[in-house]
Design a binder for this molecule. Structure first.
Ligand code: OGA
Ligand code: MN
Length: 314
């Protein structure tokens, strides 16, 4: 499933979350209260979630509340990946375009992944993140992360490979149920470190122009993250909704969201080292079209410009 990766593009001037409420489930609407509760549970602290659980949280039967808790809980009671996909990720992405799963892999594998990422960082393997376009603007003013692309089979990257396999499995279980996409490939994993110098990533859309990427999956690795002290929150401004989702980059959290213009987002300045691993999944049709356009553009570059006919045989 590996492919080379594409970077993200800025959205011009960074904007504040002005006029937007911090994310709340809001009225049930077409999504229903239970699914609202799922996202809400994932985005709230456990205490907050318990206190504010909707009265009608069990409206669709007792099994649902149990599934809700299982999906939100890390630890040995972790739900099988197929169930997580169908009961949680599919409805959550369908309703909100954003989905958070805490305790995705558990302490042991999470710790191994973190150790590998620290190894890459301390081994000098990370390079300044780049942008595909906006060549006139230095990347540094837009994104302050340092990155490496990892396939997952390299020495010292096997746990990262296990993470990738696990996310692949999750996405495969969602097959045919994710926004009409046909997902058959993905990028390598982008290991990213914001070094804690107050840099973030300005508001941008990962895939504004149909490069094929449809789902962004980010796995966070930061223990004892306190956003009030360390900053580094990911803010997502879902298109057409007056809300902002504040995602803390905490250890063993998996975040998924649509990669296109529905989800502009920004990483707030981080004041301590912040690690994350991102994988983007491709929609096969959009990816094929994007590759076709790219091939055409490159081929056209090779055609010599027409020369002026100045005389010659008649
Ligand atoms: C990105 C990005 C978000 C994060 O790399 O495109 O938006 O929380 N990262 O690290
Ligand atoms: Mn992004």
């Amino acid at each position: 499933m590996a492919e080379e990766a594409g970077p993200s593009e800025p959205l011009g001037v960074p904007r504040r979350a002005m006029g937007r409420e911090s994310w709340e489930p809001g009225p049930p609407g077409s999504c229903g209260p239970a699914v609202g509760g799922l996202l809400w549970l994932a985005l709230s602290s456990p205490v907050e979630a318990k206190r504010r659980r909707p009265e009608n949280g069990d409206a669709e039967g007792p099994g649902l509340a149990k599934r809700q808790r299982a999906a939100a809980e890390p630890g040995p009671g972790r739900v099988p990946v197929g169930q997580l996909a169908l009961d949680y990720v599919v409805p959550c992405l369908g309703c909100y375009g954003i989905c958070v799963k805490d305790g995705f892999l558990g302490e042991a594998l999470g710790a191994q992944i973190l150790a590998e990422v620290v190894g890459l960082h301390q081994g000098g393997k990370l390079r300044d993140g780049q942008l595909v376009s906006a060549r006139t603007v230095p990347s540094r003013s837009i994104r302050g992360d340092q990155i490496a692309w990892v396939e997952g089979r390299e020495v010292g990257c096997r746990a990262i490979g296990a993470l990738m396999a696990r996310v692949d499995e999750l996405i495969l279980h969602c097959a045919g149920k994710l926004g009409g996409y046909d997902i058959t490939g993905r990028t390598k994993a982008m290991v990213a470190c914001y070094p804690g110098n107050g840099m973030g990533y300005v508001r941008h859309v990962d895939n504004p122009n149909g490069d094929g990427r449809c789902v962004t999956c980010i796995y966070y690795l930061n223990r004892q993250w306190d956003s009030k002290v360390h900053g580094g929150i990911l803010q997502i401004y879902p298109e057409g909704r007056p809300v902002v989702a504040n995602i803390e980059p905490i250890f063993d959290r998996l975040l998924l969201f649509w990669s296109d213009r529905r989800n502009p987002h920004e990483v707030k300045p981080a004041y301590t080292t912040r690690y994350a691993i991102t994988v983007w999944y491709f929609d096969s049709k959009e990816r094929a079209e994007a590759k076709g356009r790219h091939r055409l553009a490159t081929a056209q570059k090779d055609i010599p410009p027409p020369t002026l006919q100045t005389g010659g045989p008649t």
